[in-house]
Design a protein around this ligand. Structure first.
Ligand SMILES: [Zn+2]
Ligand SMILES: [Zn+2]
Length: 126
């Protein structure tokens, strides 16, 4: 059973990700979650993010820079990463299906999922 304190910390972290415009690095989650739960520690945030991802409440996202970010579990979408400030934004919608994805594939191959990362500069960095 989680303690009331753990439940509060978990809720603060889930709220930060529910309000985010895109997947966040653990450091960014820590910074924002401290506004709702002062005294929140770095180890707690890392551990809680891992556990929420294992429970399917969050998704761990690896983009082209290989860093692990977390987002609220939701429908399929793409991501935009600013190479200036490293912010990642969700991009809604997806019109991609083979052959737009670069087919043809060898005979017998079947696509099950895809991930798209757009890379560029945000309005602030451009
Ligand atoms: Zn930027
Ligand atoms: Zn897509």
């Amino acid at each position: 059973m989680p303690t009331p304190r753990e439940t509060r910390q978990r809720a603060a972290i889930a709220r930060v990700l529910a309000e985010a415009r895109g997947p966040l690095l653990p450091e960014a989650v820590l910074r924002r979650a401290r506004e709702h739960a002062p005294g929140l520690g770095q180890a707690t945030v890392y551990r809680t993010l891992k556990r929420l991802a294992e429970d399917g409440e969050l998704r761990a996202v690896r983009l082209d820079d290989e860093r692990v970010r977390y987002e609220a579990a939701g429908g399929h979408h793409h991501h935009f990463r600013c190479r200036g400030c490293d912010e990642v934004l969700d991009v809604a919608g997806c019109g991609l299906a083979p052959p737009a994805l670069g087919g043809p594939l060898p005979a017998g191959f079947r696509v099950e999922r895809h991930e798209v990362v757009l890379i560029g500069l945000c309005a602030r960095c451009a």
